[in-house]
Structure formats: structure tokens, C-alpha cells
Ligand binder design. Structure first.
Ligand code: BGP
Length: 472
């Protein structure tokens, strides 16, 4: 697809903004926040965190939110996604709500509203309270009930201040990281338990939607999924079959139940074949069917390219979806070496078209996109990070997004990852994603060149696309 140079104007009221999460940005604060799985992980594996940085301070948003919301304005935000910390509201995961925490979030959300920034509130971003993790985390149905109680409390306490709600960010993340690929607590390798975690989070999301509908609110509730359009190496039927399996496990597994209320039959059959079906009741399936999302957040970073397996998998090894496919590295691809992710702008278009054609063109927005780059101080000139690569990345993706909207996709906004450089799980502050640079020693914030670009983009509700940027 060849997109011509032109001024790309976006629809009126388009949401320009960015996203981050409580655990990654707030710091501990002084409300008596409970410990989370990240503290547990830190106790056990401090060496796994880049430069040994934990969540004590992060970007210190708890204490600096007033100034930071001013910076949101200066960088063109008309909307912003944060998450509400379950462990801050309920230090033990359940019980009495912490009033100081309620006051903190009310003050912060009020400040955003006062500055004309629409708050998008997400209710789970990889941050299980320790007390809940000790019960087995998402493997335990009591934890699902505690989460729904937390969500219900949020709708009650903050319903007048939140523009749109989201039940989960990337629910695939805890399954991959915690049960398959060893990068999140509890660092288990057990796909069957991972499937139970996946099912229980889908159920938790549906039950949160059900609870939401009991509140008389104008806002909508959705989910944020990380979706990588999946491309086979070739038209060979074996390659295409490999791509179909990868797509089922990593995209349709959460997309179908969230939007359609059902699971893909071929995925269910495959799980049956390997004795991987989770425990559930008929009532669970009803709840999932009847409480689908009203809006969809699309996190797009990279495509997934696969080919038919060229070697057989050891059937003595634990089951993994890769029994059905192998990753494929496409010659000549663009690539972000800091994160190891391919850059493929047309993927954002293909993803939107899939949602248009196969998911009823549900109201959606890009909820995360951008590139993380290490050692950005290399690009400081006159005190500012000159991140032309990030501007190029954003423009390239927006050009394809604009085309998707022109072709009828129901896309309402574009949020970047992220606002100010923030802590990113085991990568901590290695790869910087912000529109604003964070000096870790002083906590000083400095708007990058991309932050100035973003301000102009939002103000003009568009930008002049000069052709694809290629110098990554
Ligand atoms: C997304 C997560 C974010 C953030 C981002 C960048 O998948 O939703 O929380 O972590 O990825 O992450 P990383 O630093 O691992 O590149």
C-alpha cells in the first residue's frame, strides 16, 4: 500500500493522548499502598530488573501529578489513560477501601478534568496485590470476586470523573510472562495453569462489565488488547496454517470472548486435544456471552510473522503454542534493535480492518503505539532529546491509521506509550518511550522534540505527511 504525501486531518474530537499505569509511574506515595507481585518479584529476583531499579519511586506521579498534568497540556493531550491501583485502594486486595487512596485518585482525576483532559481509567495493568497473589492470583476464583469488588468500588467512587473505563490492559501479558515465558511473577512454566489464568481474566472482565452496567454512568467500558496482526512467511498452505494457529493463541483467544462473547471453536478443539481445557461453569459462559465490551483499545507495536515448523518439537517439553509454528524473520524488515521488535506500519491498518470486518466495527482507538529507545541522552542537543526516529515512527503509523479511518474503520483516537519516560517491568528505565525525558537522579522533566511535535499534531488535529520516514 502506497500512501501519498498530503495533510492528514483526523476526525473532529479525535482523542490525542498517551497512556501509562499506576505501578509504572506513581511510586509508593503515602496512602499505605499494599505490596504487589512486583515487590514479591523484587524480593526473589532483584537481579532480573534492569540496573536494579524497583517500583519505590518510578516517575513519582503520586507527588507530582499537578505539574505533570500541566505537562500533558503542553504536549497536546486531550485525553490520558492511567490505571487505578488495586493494591492502593485495597492494600489487602479486599476488605475496607482505603479512604486516603480514594482522596488521591479523586484529586488527581478532578485535576485532569479541570485541565480539559479526559481520564481513561484502566483497572488492571499487571499489578496483582500480594495478598491476592498468595491465594494463587488469577488461578483462584476468589481473586476474581475480589477484583470485581474493587472495580465496583471504582465505578462508585470515581464514576463522575472518568471518561471511559477499561477492565484490563493486555490480559495476555500475565499468561505469557507468568506461565509461559518466565518474565513475570509467579514465573511458572505451565501452559494449563496459564489457560486457567486466561479464562479467569476473561471471566473477571465480563463480570466487571456486568457490575459496570448496574451504575447509571454515561461512560463506556472496554478492554485493551495487545494485538499483533499475524502474517505467514508465504502462501504455502503449511505456512498459512502456522499463522492461523499463532493468531488463534495470541489474538483471537482474548479478542473473540471480549467482543463476540464466544471462544474460537478451533482454539477450543486444540485445547481439548492437549487436555488443556480450564475449569468453568455454564454460568461463566453466559456471563461472558452477555457482557461483552462497549469499546476496544488496540495496543499495536509489532507484527507477528510465522512459518511452518522446520523441526519437530520435543513432546517431552512443556506444551507451548509454538508446537504449531516458528517465528519468521522477514528479510529487509525495519527493526527497533533496542526492543527487538519489527517496525511495520501497515500492521496498524491491517489490524483496524480486521476489527472493522470481523468484529462489527466496534468503537475502538489505538491505546498504545511507539518505540522504546535506549541511551537517549545520545540525542540531546541544547538540552533537548532530538528523537526524530520517534516522530517518524508516529507519523508513519498515523498515515496508515488515517487510511484505515478513510476506509471506514471506527477509530476514535490515538494514544502513545507514553507520556513521561516510565518504569517498564523488568526493563525498568532501559528503553525510553516518553514524549518527555525523565532524569532519574533529579526527577527533572524535559519535553523532547517529539513532545513539541505531538502538541502541534493535536492542535492542528493532523499533520503533513511527507512520505515514509525510514531512518530508524
Ligand atoms: C506494553 C505494556 C506497557 C509497557 C510497554 C513497553 O506492552 O502495556 O506496560 O510496558 O509495553 O514495554 P517494554 O519496556 O517492555 O518495551
Amino acid at each position: 500500500m502506497n500512501i501519498q504525501p498530503q495533510f492528514m486531518r483526523f476526525p473532529d474530537e479525535f482523542w490525542w493522548g498517551s497512556a501509562w499505569s499506576a505501578e509504572q509511574a506513581e511510586g509508593r506515595g503515602n496512602t499505605g499502598k499494599g505490596r504487589t507481585q512486583w515487590d514479591m518479584s523484587w524480593d526473589k529476583y532483584p537481579h532480573r530488573f534492569y540496573q536494579g531499579i524497583n517500583t519505590d519511586t518510578t516517575t513519582d506521579f503520586f507527588y507530582r501529578y499537578r505539574d505533570d498534568i500541566e505537562l500533558m497540556k503542553q504536549t497536546g493531550h486531550n485525553s490520558f489513560r492511567l490505571s487505578i491501583s488495586w493494591a492502593r485502594l485495597f492494600p489487602d486486595g479486599i476488605g475496607e477501601v482505603c479512604q486516603e487512596a480514594v482522596e488521591f485518585y479523586r484529586a488527581m482525576l478532578s485535576e485532569m478534568n479541570a485541565k480539559g483532559i479526559k481520564p481513561f481509567a484502566n483497572l488492571y495493568h499487571f499489578d496483582m496485590p500480594e495478598a491476592m497473589m498468595q491465594l494463587g492470583g488469577w488461578e483462584n476464583r476468589d481473586v476474581v470476586a475480589a477484583y470485581v469488588h474493587f472495580c465496583d468500588t471504582c465505578f462508585q467512587e470515581f464514576g463522575d470523573l472518568v471518561f471511559h473505563w477499561f477492565t484490563f490492559n493486555e490480559p495476555l501479558g500475565p499468561v505469557l510472562g507468568g506461565y509461559m515465558e518466565d518474565f513475570h511473577y509467579p514465573n511458572v512454566i505451565d501452559f494449563k495453569r496459564g489457560v486457567q489464568v486466561g479464562f479467569n481474566t476473561i471471566l473477571a472482565s465480563a463480570l466487571a462489565v456486568k457490575a459496570f452496567k448496574r451504575h447509571p454512568l454515561q461512560s463506556k467500558i472496554g478492554i485493551i488488547l495487545n494485538l499483533s496482526p499475524t502474517y505467514p512467511r508465504s502462501e504455502n498452505p503449511r505456512d498459512k496454517e502456522a499463522a492461523e494457529y499463532a493468531d488463534l493463541f495470541y489474538n483471537r483467544s482474548f479478542l473473540d470472548p471480549s467482543v463476540r462473547g464466544t471462544f474460537p471453536p478451533k482454539l477450543v478443539a486444540t485445547l481439548h486435544e492437549h487436555d488443556l481445557i480450564p475449569e468453568f461453569t455454564e454460568q461463566d459462559l453466559n456471563d461472558i456471552r452477555e457482557n461483552t465490551v462497549q469499546i476496544l483499545g488496540l495496543n499495536y507495536y509489532e507484527p507477528r510473522r510465522v512459518k511452518a515448523r522446520t523441526s519437530s518439537f520435543s513432546h517431552d517439553a512443556p506444551f507451548m503454542p509454538e508446537w504449531y509454528f516458528e517465528s519468521y524473520i522477514m528479510p529487509g524488515r525495519k527493526f527497533n534493535p533496542h526492543r527487538g521488535w519489527e517496525i511495520y506500519e501497515q500492521g496498524i491498518y491491517d489490524l483496524c480492518i480486521d476489527i472493522r470486518d470481523n468484529y462489527g466495527n466496534i468503537e475502538a482507538f489505538i491505546s498504545e503505539n511507539s518505540m522504546g529507545v535506549a541511551n537517549e541522552e545520545r540525542f540531546i542537543r541544547d538540552g533537548q532529546v532530538h528523537d526524530d526516529y520517534r516522530i517518524g515512527f508516529i507519523q508513519n503509523h498515523l498515515a496508515y491509521l488515517h487510511q484505515a479511518i478513510t476506509d471506514g474503520c471506527n477509530i476514535k483516537g490515538y494514544h502513545l506509550w507514553t507520556f513521561i519516560d516510565c518504569w517498564s517491568w523488568i526493563n525498568a528505565y532501559k528503553n525510553r518511550y516518553g514524549l518527555i525525558r525523565l532524569d532519574l537522579k533529579t526527577q527533572q522533566r524535559t519535553i523532547k522534540k517529539s513532545g513539541e511535535f505531538y502538541q502541534a499534531l493535536s492542535q492542528q488535529n493532523g499533520f503533513y505527511f511527507n512520505g515514509l520516514y525510514v531512518d530508524f
